[in-house]
Design a protein around this ligand. Sequence first.
Ligand code: TRP
Ligand code: SF4
Length: 548
Amino acid sequence: MTGDERPRETEASSDDQRPASGEDWREPAGRRAVADGGTEAAGDDGATLDPWGSATVADYRKLFEEFGIEEFDELLDEVPDPHYLMRRGVIFGHRDYRRVAEAMVNDEPFAALSGFMPTGDPHIGHKLVFDELIWHQRQGGDAYALIADLEANSARGMSWDEIDEHARDYLLSLLALGFDPEEGTLYRQSGDRDVQDLAFELGASANFSELENIYGFSGETSVSHMQSVVTQMADILYPQLDEPKPTVIPVGPDQDPHVRLARDLAARTRYFGVTKAYASFEADAGERELLAAAHAALADEAAERDEGGGGEPVRCEDAADWLEAEMTADEVRATIVAKLREAGKEPLRPRVRFLDRNATDEAFEALIDAVAGEKRVFDEHVDAFDLSRDEAEALAREVELDHGGYGFVAPSSIYHRFMTGLTGGKMSSSVPASHISLLDDPEDGYDKVKAATTGGRETAEKQRELGGRADECPVYELYAYLLAGDDDEFAKRVYDECVGGERLCGDCKEQAAELMREFLEDHQRKREEVEELLERADIELDSDRARR
Ligand code: TRP
Ligand code: SF4
């Protein structure tokens, strides 16, 4: 199946590994019709994120440059005892993960949640996410795993019987790998009333145009599919219903549009926005930077002029003069200079500003009372002169929670690389030889690895001379992502021996194939052992649904 003709809503089989076609990073420019009559974002240079396409990432750098995903490596040192998927760069990107790492370090509450569409067998791509959830649970987080049955039904056309069967298989593998269902939470989207209620509330802050823009939905898209989107928004924020806390969503980068929308919705429900400000007028981020620069320069000068202190304040019009003298002319400078001129003699003073977004009148009044120190009250905002930004954030959340708001912390995410298919190209559920299911007969797993494409050279001589291409080798990936487990030295030895020409593909695959067989045997034995644990777990395994 090519990326152009992949099944979308219409076909039950699915490429839910979603690594794939090289064209899932499309410019949000052009849109084209897809099977369900919706459209999907499609542009010329292959850059967009499509949660229901079969995703592959041609160029991970684009994710940083165009989508603002941050590099995980820069944060690795701040993560206590990082998982091997983090150490090996399999987890390559994140949004806002620092606050989760900090909570871990400081022993504060945090959560991890991910969801699984039960469209086929769980396979080694899903194992990455299972492992990530389990690791966060062991680090002390509240861990949540959900079965995205509404999404599987509405976006993939799976029947409820199929969904039930696959859901059980996902959960057994999750538990077999070490998820503790007594400490953590398991649920299915359709079975959780709180999630559905939250979905409804969040849906009030999103409209059709937005879903059209983000997901390429059209007039033909079913309402149930849209409901599955707001349900995912609720999934992502669900761990914070009792208490706001940093929450990480471990997923593939194809899910980033969902993460961004959830972050937006979390912000939209907040009672107050907190920003830095310098004068009574509003300024955007670029303008604030110029104000900060002007203030810093002029405050120094004023302090020198007036050593007694407390004398002449810096005035807005002085800042306008300074910006015109010191900064090159551009649009931002022009707009902020105009605002400063208008404000004239008003003193320029740093402050934090609380903006009234969704606060009730009582909550806004309560906030005003609660602000300590010097403050100035306006119709729709309060300026506080003696609070730090952090203190202000904490106060805003406290007042919101006291008055019945959610107080959501923007959810964080981590993104893992997609695995290459064993046959080269994408790993796809619809091509059994390309992936290894966690349910595969161990002998089949062995055979698939033995038959895999490699990054080896045409002949043994050449391999000895030039070394293998471990970086392009699906077998090396198996070692790094799974078979080497926590043993970094082993993974590195395979790599070094390969690129150094000491390792030949035949032996290398034999070793990998044996490890795969052992892994599958072991995993499947553990699946049987946890059956009872799953029966006891608090999750409905059989849908009580009309069969269509
Ligand atoms: N959309 C996800 C997928 O395609 C499944 C999912 C549903 C999910 N809710 C979620 C993932 C919440 C992460 C967080 O597989
Ligand atoms: Fe891949 Fe192993 Fe061959 Fe290197 S030696 S190219 S890692 S199969």
